[in-house]
Ligand binder design. Structure first.
Ligand code: SF4
Ligand code: SF4
Length: 285
């Protein structure tokens, strides 16, 4: 249903997602700023002063690897990152990479830049990369994941933090801001003006890992072909360019559980695309 200006009203579930994204961004930014202030004699005592490493669930992944192979924790890693990793993985098992679509501040910032890109390029936005090249580039995040795990395990230190745009985003005001990370952040945000979530699609090692849960998650995005009118609104709404209208059950490793394709958001037909519990009959895809 369109309003007077021809724009679709934002539905409730999508408003909740925007709100959750904003809340997590503000929370993590506040913790990062507070840590800097406390180090310089200011800040507020009641707010956490944890380092970014302590609130980064990906740190838990490399720590776990180190624990299994060496029986030791990575330098500068906090146990809290292991706990966070457990929570994020459990959530992914239930409903896919919810962390990517709802929580990750780097994902949210890319989306905010992409809104500007969408205004500039309209229907061409998110369609610039030829499909074959796009498919090829999406393997890039598995290469990054392999390198991060290998390099971290070899050095027993968080080598990726120097290249990590997430770290750079919340260290922009720090004297020891890592230049490679800052450059990658700048390229990512520039890219987000043309392509939705370029870091998530092509380079994020954590997204690569969480995306695998789309194959086995309990609640999946399901399309009812019986009521679908083949308008392809769901395909156009998907930030990750997944062809929802051509499948009954989304198992694509790139899905970020944003729910933009569902009948609660862009699909115009009620109860046609939904997040539903896994059925135990044989699934077609
Ligand atoms: S398939 Fe749906 S839930 Fe998954 S990324 Fe695309 S729009 Fe979001
Ligand atoms: S938006 Fe809904 S009705 Fe349109 S193609 Fe997708 S599932 Fe079918």
């Amino acid at each position: 249903m369109n309003n007077k200006k021809g724009k679709k009203p934002v539905k409730k579930s999508i408003k909740y997602r925007y709100l959750v994204q904003l809340l997590f961004f503000v929370l993590i930014a506040a913790i990062a700023v507070n840590k800097t202030l406390v180090e310089t004699g200011g800040g507020v005592a009641w707010l956490s002063t944890a380092s970014l490493h302590a609130i980064c669930p990906f740190g838990g992944v490399v720590t776990l690897y180190e624990l299994v192979t060496q029986g030791d924790l990575i330098q500068r890693i906090h146990l809290s990152s292991l706990v966070l990793m457990g929570l994020v993985f459990t959530l992914a098992l239930v409903a896919g990479p919810v962390f990517c679509g709802w929580i990750c501040p780097l994902g949210s910032v890319q989306e905010w830049f992409s809104r500007l890109g969408r205004r500039i390029f309209k229907k061409n936005f998110n369609q610039f990369v030829p499909r074959r090249l796009d498919g090829f580039l999406r393997y890039g995040r598995y290469l990054v994941l392999a390198w991060v795990v290998y390099a971290t395990a070899r050095s027993a230190s968080l080598v990726f933090s120097n290249y990590d745009p997430y770290q750079a985003l919340f260290s922009l005001w720090e004297e020891d801001l890592a230049v490679p990370g800052a450059i990658i952040l700048a390229v990512t945000l520039l890219g987000a003006l043309f392509v939705e979530r370029p870091w998530c699609k092509y380079a994020c090692p954590y997204g690569a890992l969480l995306g695998l849960f789309n194959k086995v998650r309990i609640f999946k995005i399901r399309r009812n072909p019986g009521t679908c009118i083949s308008c392809k609104q769901c395909d156009r709404a998907c930030p990750m360019n997944i062809q929802v209208s051509e499948t009954e059950v989304v198992k694509d490793v790139q899905c970020i559980s944003c729910l933009a394709c569902t009948s609660e958001s862009q699909c115009p037909v009620a109860d046609t695309v939904n997040l539903q519990i896994r059925s135990f009959r044989k699934e077609e895809s």
